[in-house]
Ligand binder design. Structure first.
Ligand SMILES: [Zn+2]
Ligand SMILES: [Zn+2]
Length: 382
């Protein structure tokens, strides 16, 4: 079967913009995703065809080559001798846009295109917040020293716009190909251009502020908001706020803020729920009690301990945990009851406890019966 025109496959015009391409790909990929068409054996082929078309047209250099030569690209198949194999893209990726990085990796640094990535490094900042902030969310500010585009030269690396020339050694490709003869074979080696360190640019009048780097380290205020109910380890992305490329040109990488939640003095978090242990004396367990505690949502919680509670019992405080996803209310607080046993007793107290032993201690002669009862009740509750 003849290969269809990529623009035809994506149902777009030849002069469509990047965002039009992306939109078309998303719509078609969703419609033809194999997960959505389990009974249609052709869906997978259509899905692959759409992917291939998008992989080529979303890459500026590949698109130019395709526009000029069609499927008969002079460099051979852009995906190597095996041709396009398709990639695993989930429906989730299609909704979130997570597929972009998959395609941008296709030709990056590939010997067939000989152009290094024109995007700077991503930067990861770790940021710790307390559990209150994790629950309630809020706006945060961070002061960090980051590499940013040089203000003086606007990232050109050259003092004047005329000072940027295309590197003659690599013709702006950033990479050079060398042929090496190994026995009867000629091996092609693609290496970073030694003249321009891979930027593809030659700077004739380096900017004095950044010494021709096109970037400078500066204290930055990063403002972002923490969504209420955030999970530990969540990464928030700020597009284009990562490192600019050394030597100017291209576009900066992304900045990621990874959020860590500090331990709370007594709560442990389990998704939207909170867990805590509450030590109580024997009288409180036996007679019941009411306890108030400050809570991380700003209002106190009160816990009612019913008379006759046993260490190991759990109580639920409903609706005071973390916000549940998709606005489904809040989680609960599970309170585990523990017995608080004082380590020091005054003589007087000891005497009183001795007296109580007569009343509420166990009969040591009937331990066997008690053990049997306990085992029986445990079997019942299981
Ligand atoms: Zn500069
Ligand atoms: Zn060069």
């Amino acid at each position: 079967m003849a290969k269809r025109d990529y623009y035809e496959v994506l149902e777009v015009s030849r002069d469509s913009s990047d965002s039009e391409l992306k939109k078309a790909f998303r719509v078609l990929a969703r419609k033809n995703h194999p997960d959505k068409n389990p009974d249609d054996p052709d869906a997978e082929n259509r899905f692959k065809e759409i992917q291939e078309a998008y992989a080529v047209l979303s890459n500026p250099q590949q698109r130019r080559s395709y526009d000029a030569y069609g499927h008969e690209s002079p460099g051979g198949n852009p995906f190597g001798s095996g041709g396009f194999q398709g990639v695993n893209i989930s429906m989730d990726d299609l909704f979130s846009g997570g597929f972009d990085s998959v395609f941008s990796q296709f030709f990056g640094g590939d010997a067939t295109t000989g152009r290094r990535s024109s995007r700077g490094n991503d930067v990861l900042i770790r940021h710790s917040i307390d559990m209150e902030t994790a629950m309630l969310g809020g706006d945060t500010e961070l002061e960090v020293k980051l590499l940013i585009i040089c203000e003086a030269c606007e990232g050109r690396a050259a003092a004047s716009p005329d000072g940027v020339k295309t590197c003659g050694t690599c013709s702006g490709q950033g990479q050079v190909t060398q042929n090496r003869k190994i026995g009867p074979f000629i091996q092609q080696m693609v290496t970073e251009c030694p003249e321009c360190s891979g930027t593809g640019r030659k700077i004739t009048d380096p900017c004095s502020a950044c010494r021709g780097e096109g970037r400078e380290k500066k204290k930055q205020t990063i403002r972002f908001s923490i969504p209420a109910g955030i999970s530990d380890g969540t990464r928030m992305r700020m597009g284009g706020r990562g490192e600019p490329i050394r030597g100017g040109g291209g576009s900066p990488g992304d900045l990621y803020i990874q959020v860590h939640i500090d331990d709370h003095d007594w709560y442990e978090r389990d998704g939207s729920d909170l867990l805590m242990a509450l030590p109580l004396g024997y009288p409180e367990l036996l007679l019941g009690a009411s306890v108030s505690l400050p809570h991380i949502d700003g209002k106190e919680i009160s816990i009612d301990i019913p008379a006759g509670s046993i260490p190991g019992d759990t109580l639920e405080v409903k609706g005071r945990g973390f916000p549940r996803p998709r606005g489904r209310g809040r989680g609960n607080i599970t309170v585990l009851l523990k017995l608080y046993v004082p380590t020091k007793l005054s003589k007087n107290v000891k005497k009183q406890i001795e007296a109580l032993r007569e009343e509420i201690g166990i009969d040591l002669d009937s331990v066997e019966d008690l053990v049997r009862e306990e085992a029986k009740s445990r079997r019942r509750t299981r």
